[in-house]
Design a protein around this ligand. Sequence first.
Ligand code: GLN
Length: 485
Amino acid sequence: MELYSLTIHELQEMLKKGETTSRAISDSVQARIKAVDGKVKAYITVTEAAAASQADAADKQRSSGSASPVLGIPVAIKDNMCTEGTLTTCASKILGNFVPPYDATVVAKLKGAGFVMPGKVNMDEFAMGSSTENSGFFITRNPWDLERIPGGSSGGSAAAVAAGECIAALGSDTGGSIRQPAACCGVVGLKPTYGRVSRYGLVAFASSLDQIGPITKDVTDAAILMNLIAGHDRRDSTSVDLPVPDYTASLARDVKGMKIGIPKEYFIDGMDPAVEKAVRDAVKTLESLGASVVDVSLPHTAYAVATYYILATSEASSNLARYDGVKYGVRASGAKDLLDLYLQSRSQGFGPEVKRRIMLGTYALSAGYYDAFYKKGQQVRTLIKRDFDEAFKKVDVIATPTAPTAAFKIGEKSADPLQMYLSDIFTISVNLAGIPGISIPCGFTQNNLPIGLQILGRHFDEESVFRASFAYEQATDWHKRRAKL
Ligand code: GLN
């Protein structure tokens, strides 16, 4: 096995025994990027020289006895998280020249633990999309089938992990953007509870929904990264001041006595039968491991996509007002006056999906429509959250498909925004409710495309999510398959 194809915990073992060095790992990842990124196109910015010196520094630090679990491990960062001195574009032309003067808290935490940053990875512009086709720069391709999308919006993160172009990655998830690309690329992706991980330095899309989380090759690596990035941050007032458990301690292979809820609303007409079969088989596996399966109902599921597209676009229209071509980012030349400067900079800088969302959100928030749309959306959001509260009175976790189909073809849904929006039908409610959710590999379609199983937990109960997903993972070997490029 090449170094780039291993997990964080496997590499840590090797590093501990002196069988490899951080520099060798970083070089292996960089060589892999050179070999395959021309096809996959996961990276917006590759920071090869900085990675080499971070790796050397990690090797030095290790020889002096210190070893955090990510010391010297290459973790790619989605391009909507600020990295001091390194371009951070959100895959938008409007931030095409933005070099942040500070690190996002998650990046600062990883730096403090001695990680290596191989570079910044592609995404849908401002995280708006489910396929990475909305990147303002280029499309990322699925390592399992280059004609297909890697999912989105963290498509660069998931594709880079699946292709061995990093050891792990960070993504962000507003309506499914960690879990759906993880499912499409056959890797693990966790959206933590809202408030569990600081978003300071994460460029805002929809602030009441956005969360940062890990995208990794297996569940253990996700727990390792969560141990490092979770926790209160006085710079993010929505981060919650609760103790952070050792998530690796919940990886105990044991689900005996655990109650797993199956919501009937998540097995719908129009979903791929191969997805349904893989998810139902996964539930049987969990049952055979000692969990009991309970039918639950989440009756307001049908309203989730509509509610999300009112609330997320409203928040986006407000958050994106700051890109005016004046303070930072790209400024149009030749404007007649200030208003024209705003108009030109925004018209040239934003792509079509971002413009659509700004218009939708501005409309939903405008006087006379606010009550009918935004306020109503907030009320329905509460109903959706209550559905989960009720279900979690009966069960410890809930299992569903992550997405209704495996990765679709590039171009298949880009002409029809509504079809694209429906890719997130199983992930969006989770953000509206604020609960944690993971996607783990649970099979392949006939075309050898990965399928994702989603496991959801109560607020701040990532531990049960980890426990169930680790037990399943250890009983199967889907996560050991690697895309052949
Ligand atoms: N696909 C959803 C959207 O387009 C979710 C994106 C995300 O989670 N960032 O908004």
